[in-house]
Design a protein around this ligand. Sequence first.
Ligand SMILES: *[C@@H]1O[C@H](CO)[C@@H](O)[C@H](O)[C@H]1NC(C)=O
Ligand SMILES: *[C@@H]1O[C@H](CO)[C@@H](O)[C@H](O)[C@H]1NC(C)=O
Ligand SMILES: *[C@@H]1O[C@H](CO)[C@@H](O)[C@H](O)[C@H]1NC(C)=O
Ligand SMILES: *[C@@H]1O[C@H](CO)[C@@H](O)[C@H](O)[C@H]1NC(C)=O
Ligand SMILES: *[C@@H]1O[C@H](CO)[C@@H](O)[C@H](O)[C@H]1NC(C)=O
Ligand SMILES: *[C@@H]1O[C@H](CO)[C@@H](O)[C@H](O)[C@H]1NC(C)=O
Length: 577
Amino acid sequence: MANRLLILLAFTALFLFSNSVLCKDSKGKDVVNDNDDDDDEDLSFLEEADAKGEAASHKFNPGQDEAEDQYHEDDDDFGNFSDFDDSGLDQDAYKEPEVDDKDVVVLKERNFTTYAAAATELKGENVVLAKVDATEENELAQEYDVQGFPTVYFFVDGVHKPYSGQRTKEAIVTWIKKKIGPGINNITTTEEAEGILNSEGKVVLGFLNSLVGSESDELAAASRLEDDVNFYQTVSPNVAKLFHIDPEVKRPALVLIKKEAEKLSRFDGKFDKSSIVEFVFANKLPLVTVFTRENAPAIFESTIKKQLLLFASSNDSKKVVPIFQEAAKSFKGKLIFVYVETDNEDVGKPVSEYFGVSGDAPTVLAYTGNDDAKKFVLDKEVTLDSVKAFGEDFLEDKLKPFFKSDPIPETNDGDVKIVVGNNFDEIVLDESKDVLLEIYAPWCGHCQALEPTYNKLAKHLRGIESIVIAKMDGTTNEHPRAKSDGFPTLLFFPAGNKSFDPITVDTDRTVVAFYKFLKKNASIPFKLQKPASPPKSESTDAKETPESSTPSPPKSESTDAKETPKTSTPSDLKDEL
Ligand SMILES: *[C@@H]1O[C@H](CO)[C@@H](O)[C@H](O)[C@H]1NC(C)=O
Ligand SMILES: *[C@@H]1O[C@H](CO)[C@@H](O)[C@H](O)[C@H]1NC(C)=O
Ligand SMILES: *[C@@H]1O[C@H](CO)[C@@H](O)[C@H](O)[C@H]1NC(C)=O
Ligand SMILES: *[C@@H]1O[C@H](CO)[C@@H](O)[C@H](O)[C@H]1NC(C)=O
Ligand SMILES: *[C@@H]1O[C@H](CO)[C@@H](O)[C@H](O)[C@H]1NC(C)=O
Ligand SMILES: *[C@@H]1O[C@H](CO)[C@@H](O)[C@H](O)[C@H]1NC(C)=O
């Protein structure tokens, strides 16, 4: 019977993570002719300021920008961890899967579609391993939504399913066998048993009364639900013995054997599909997984999202890893325990940096996984008791999150407020302020180009107490409420509504556009007074006043008064012009 299978590997560089994602230009360039405005406010004094800002930004050399971004893309910014693990580490180090290259079919766009379909007709060859250079086969990669490299897809009858297991020959082969085989194999001789124990990292053996019938059926059904572990069955007492099962034991009996610190797990539940699956799921992972390139997908794509990570140097590991391992026994199937070797240049160092872990002392961090990416730090010495208590609190959501943060600045009275991870709540989530926050990267050219404009905006608005113009270095600070999809990211947090997601500011990057945006979106109405000049603004002001009827602004008492203390003073703007 011809099985219709095709494994596809897409690999190589970083083409999907284009520079524009990381260091973004504003959408439009239109500066002064934006007259679709519905309030007749005279903003020409702001526009003039803009013109200067624009000029400054034109000095910037885009070519240089790109080159610079390209450079930093590799080592500074891991948009999120899965990007990092798939592509942030340089692809040189990615080992081609251990298959003979001549057995791998290279696909091009023009014959791919045919090929995926043609795979259904392949006779003799049950499985085809194929690879695509996604940097060349761009459309193909997009069609199949390839996000990082390498990506492995498994095609059955033309339907593809992502492969997310470990990138080792054994794991891939186990996975494929599961898809095409009977689910469970017989072991009849001790020679077979020894061969399997020597060659496979993880196996389940059922010691049954019969190789056919309900026990065998339950076991086979469990096997089909479990992608990573091969299942076997036997009725031979000698085979059972080799798998550390007492030949006299009451059958059916079942064990999981791993080539790891914790070698043997005995099943003692009810012999049915779901109990077996649950047992294998909870016991198949090593007590502690060492963070390596090969293991990363298994760690981050596991159905267990919550992780405890131990960061320690190889020297310290001799002391703390056994403690960590012991603690792990209490959390099987609930938490993944990961060890990151901090003095490993290749993987451990970048991973530690990514998590914001510095210093030499062993550190334990709890991580909620890539989806909501919350971190918590164990602020005690690493002992069995402290790790266990920490793990329990983590499972019960009792921990207080830890943010990567620069030190809180001692003084912060510039026009643009400096936000760091640890003062984010205080400044950005202050319910009494409308806050505009720029998340930038020091190396990002578009951020540098924005800076003069942003400073001018802040200078104009510095007299308005309800508005805070702020910025945060997104490479050294983080906060769950500050999600950036590149640099710069501009977020607006309206006063009185901080529990909602911020508004992403997507206007032109000009003083006028920002000002208009704030005017429209601020919860607390404000009025920027024009610089001392002929009093043309009587009628404008009259039109402006109805704004004070905006729904429930927390601090609107005096906003409609024409000459309130909240307006910035004419002399500020005079300085400017
Ligand atoms: C794919 O197309 C290339 C170039 O046309 C050809 O050399 C190759 O044999 C084709 N591969 C398959 C598997 O059809
Ligand atoms: C295992 O042995 C039973 C009984 O002889 C047989 O029916 C079954 O097909 C065998 N399974 C495999 C995968 O060979
Ligand atoms: C690890 O320990 C050895 C022996 O105690 C010492 O020589 C070495 O410098 C240590 N390495 C580090 C990185 O601390
Ligand atoms: C970031 O991670 C999430 C969750 O793992 C993933 O769905 C998303 O595609 C990643 N973002 C990018 C840009 O790849
Ligand atoms: C708060 O923000 C949400 C979402 O942006 C919006 O639907 C809601 O009307 C806002 N509430 C107030 C009181 O402004
Ligand atoms: C914020 O203001 C802009 C105008 O600059 C407007 O287009 C946008 O709809 C406003 N957004 C919200 C959420 O009110």
